[in-house]
Design a protein around this ligand. Structure first.
Ligand code: NAD
Length: 379
């Protein structure tokens, strides 16, 4: 039986990760540590927490006493650190919170793990370690900065973050690497491109666009919509992390991406087209529409679901132009390949949102609406 501390698993990727792991392995125990910030939702993982294979602890990754207690109680084999403030726009509003959670929180976990996992010292003074442990940091391609029209981020691309979010994730990565170099701690890092899929908080592009379409609202696109991101279905990211923590070399960084570059405008147009097509082919989905306009055929109209909904808004400050991952190291060394094409993944994702509106409504209460107004009003 291996035990995992998975932080931030009430959020988007962490929740998908624990669901994937619990379905795949019978012989694991997972302790979720999550502060349940605006981005965390216990409802997302409520059905996974059975207090036998999966436990939930509400708490802050910056809390050393709590981390020590958890290490003492569960003797973890793995720490998988998803917990973070993850939204670039919010980092522009409040950079300090990103520094606290993303940098100090990661360092706190590293140190708690160091204390719990070291077994003594070798002849040269380096700590010796339990042989069955790994600290895994879930990082982002944003640490590499921005690309021009060509080229890809490899693991040796110099770190060159621009936003407070990416600066904080870069600093966390450097601390993870420092623990490996200084203490020989068994660590790994994955740097992944943009994820999409179920349970994604609707402040991020794809779920925001889906939500606004259903409500008949305008679809805000930053600048001229030409910024490029490399999109990966979330389950493919979870599979990559599973591979890296079990088969990846300690001390290594692995880039994870799907070679699926799209401009933001392309993503928005594709989402509009896909929703409209699904509602044409399966009219029962029209019941989910909050904008209720009757068509001549007596059904809820979808004629207004078109590109006219798009509105270009003032660009994000310091908006990186292009991210694109070269995933050849993880493909070559660990045999990882993205299994979900974008065409399949986007339909799966949109269907999930159409069928899980209660989840969306649950997490988009007052705080979300205030945030939305602040971000987009007058832009
Ligand atoms: P998310 O915002 O959906 O979830 C973050 C989770 O962390 C939430 O459940 C939140 O409650 C929790 N959390 C925040 N602060 C905490 C604290 N101080 N202590 C404990 N828990 C705390 O984020 P996500 O999109 O699932 O991203 C997860 C990780 O993956 C992040 O580290 C992010 O940098 C990284 N990442 C995300 C993407 C992406 O496209 N979403 C891509 C690459 C890497």
């Amino acid at each position: 039986m291996k035990t995992y501390l998975v932080t931030g698993a009430a959020g988007f990727i962490g929740a998908n990760f624990i669901k994937y792991m619990l379905a795949k392995y019978d012989d694991i125990q997972i302790v979720v540590l999550d502060l349940l910030t605006y981005a965390g939702n216990l409802g997302t993982i409520a059905s996974d927490i059975d207090n036998k294979r999966c436990f939930f602890v509400k708490g802050n990754i910056c809390d050393r006493e709590l981390a020590d207690q958890l290490f003492a109680k569960y003797a973890f084999n793995y720490v998988v650190n998803f917990a973070a403030e993850s939204h670039v726009d919010r980092s522009i509003e409040n950079p300090q919170l990103f520094l606290q959670t993303n940098i100090l929180g990661t360092q706190n976990l590293l140190d708690a793990a160091r204390q719990a996992w070291t077994t003594g010292k070798d002849a040269t003074g380096y700590p010796t370690w339990r042989t069955d442990v790994r600290f895994h940091q879930v990082s982002t391609d944003e640490v590499y900065g921005s690309l021009g029209a060509t080229g890809y981020f490899t693991e040796t691309t110099p770190l060159n973050p621009h936003s407070p979010y990416s600066a904080s994730k870069t600093s966390a990565d450097l601390f993870v690497q420092a623990y490996a170099d200084t203490y020989k701690m068994p660590v790994s890092i994955t740097r992944c491109s943009n994820n999409y899929g179920p349970y994604h908080f609707p402040e991020k592009l794809i779920p925001l666009i889906i939500k606004n379409i259903l409500e008949g609202k305008k679809l805000p696109v930053y600048g001229d919509g030409s910024n490029v991101r490399d999109w990966l279905y979330v389950e493919d990211h979870c599979k990559a992390i599973d591979l890296v923590i079990h088969k990846g070399k300690a001390g290594e960084v692995y880039n994870v991406g799907g070679h699926n570059e799209k401009t933001n405008l392309e993503i928005v147009k594709l989402t509009i087209r896909t929703i409209r097509q699904l509602m044409e082919e399966e009219p029962q989905y029209r019941n989910v529409l909050k904008k209720k306009e009757m068509g001549a055929d007596g059904q809820l109209s979808i004629d207004w679901i078109n590109d006219d909904l798009i509105t270009f808004v003032k660009d994000r400050l310091g908006h990186d132009q292009r991210y694109a991952i070269d995933p050849s190291k993880i493909q070559r060394e660990l045999g990882w390949l993205p299994e979900t094409s974008f065409e399949t993944g986007i339909v799966k994702t949109i269907r999930w949102y159409l069928e899980n509106q209660a989840w969306v409504e649950d997490i988009t209460g007052g705080d979300y609406m205030q945030y939305y107004e602040r971000m987009y009003k007058g832009r």
